[in-house]
Design a protein around this ligand. Structure first.
Ligand code: NAI
Ligand code: MG
Length: 333
């Protein structure tokens, strides 16, 4: 039995986490959930954004499944996602994007895995503002150590999963220092993995190439903010935000969550697609060594995806979140 911290999150979070729990329980997954929340919901209830009980649970279990958490734009609290990623050095944000039979897309044959550095760079949100001058400065802190860790992780993943190529997306032509750190780190990692092809692309060209010919990419590694943007772009290549999964991985802890956010526009209406979080849950099962169980659930999901009418509206269907989950449960072998 695995004890897993479950963070339902905000917006559509509770609906999709419930769907995943139902599917896992119907599949007989040996998982005991320890439910702990964070964010707006807990703040409204208890005045705490990240309760100590959540941190205790994470530190004890070291594996979590997490729903999305709302981060208000402008003044407001610092992102809880960033706080957790930095506090526990979850330096790898792993986001696969794959075209799947039944999910409509303009493309075929897309099968890439994005490795986004998850703790440094502009996305850290370290900023100062001088009101008198009307100037803000945002810090793009990149470290040699952080660059080495994420680049090495991308190559190690490629080697372990029989992938052939790693592409670094960067802006080293303009960011001569920060960009070069990642480039040097990747070149260094590449020498350790001579069987893997290494190439680098400047980020703007990378965006064009991804939209034009995404099937050429295999493993992609990049810095935090570029990775945030590229992963939503990659979602668009394979059916949208409702279907792409992710994992925040460190050497001592892993938090699995979808790429998408709390989707306030559809929250509480039973419209949310649970596939993205379910696939994140499948990544979690693989992480726990429950490979056969993950494959069994994935088969039921893939079969259901071929029946559009049983899927949620974003996939062209009419089913609610829970009806979709029930269809997947009905196909569990
Ligand atoms: P979003 O990803 O929540 O939504 C973008 C669009 O995709 C919306 O139209 C939404 O309805 C749709 N969508 C997203 N997930 C879906 C699903 N499972 N099924 C069907 N449609 C889905 O991005 P947005 O609106 O920019 O952000 C909303 C909030 O979420 C913000 O506060 C943001 O900071 C937060 N956020 C949190 C993340 C996390 O906790 N990891 C990640 C991304 C955003
Ligand atoms: Mg994002």
């Amino acid at each position: 039995m695995h004890t897993i911290t479950l963070i339902p999150g905000d917006g559509i979070g509770p609906e999709i986490t419930k769907a995943v729990q139902d599917i896992f329980s119907a599949a007989g997954a040996p998982i005991q959930w320890e439910e702990q929340n964070a964010g707006q919901t807990t703040f409204d209830q208890s005045g705490e954004l990240i309760p100590q009980s959540l941190l205790d649970s994470l530190e004890k279990n070291r594996v979590a499944l997490k729903g999305p958490i709302t981060t208000p734009v402008g003044k407001g609290f610092r992102s809880i996602n960033i706080t957790l990623r930095q506090k526990y050095d979850l330096y790898q944000n792993v986001r696969p994007a794959k075209t799947t039979e039944g999910i409509e897309s303009r493309y075929t044959g897309v099968n890439l895995v994005l490795f986004r550095e998850n703790t440094e760079g502009l996305y850290s949100g370290l900023e100062v503002y001088d009101e008198r001058l009307g100037i803000s400065d945002s810090f793009n802190r990149i470290t040699v150590e952080g660059s080495r860790k994420i680049c090495r992780a991308a190559f190690a993943y490629a080697a372990k999963h029989g992938r052939k190529k790693v592409t670094l997306a960067h802006k080293a032509n303009i960011l001569k220092m920060a960009g070069k750190l990642m480039l040097d780190a990747c070149k260094e990692a590449a020498t350790e993995f001579p069987q893997i092809v290494f190439e680098d692309k400047i980020i703007d060209n990378m965006c064009m190439q991804l939209v034009n010919k995404p099937e050429q990419f295999d493993v992609v590694v990049t810095t935090n903010l570029f990775g945030d943007i590229l992963s939503d772009l990659c979602a668009g290549l394979v059916g949208g935000l409702g279907v792409v999964s992710g994992a925040n991985i460190g050497d001592k802890m892993a938090i699995f969550e979808a790429v998408h956010g709390s989707a306030p526009d559809i929250a509480g209406q039973g419209k949310a697609n649970p596939t993205a979080l379910l696939r994140s849950g499948l990544m979690m099962l693989h992480h726990l060594g429950e490979h056969a169980l993950a494959d069994r659930i994935e088969k039921a999901l893939d079969e259901t995806l071929k029946h559009k009418e049983e899927c949620t509206g974003d996939l062209g269907g009419k089913a609610s979140t829970s009806e979709f989950a029930q269809s997947i449960i009905g196909r569990l072998a």
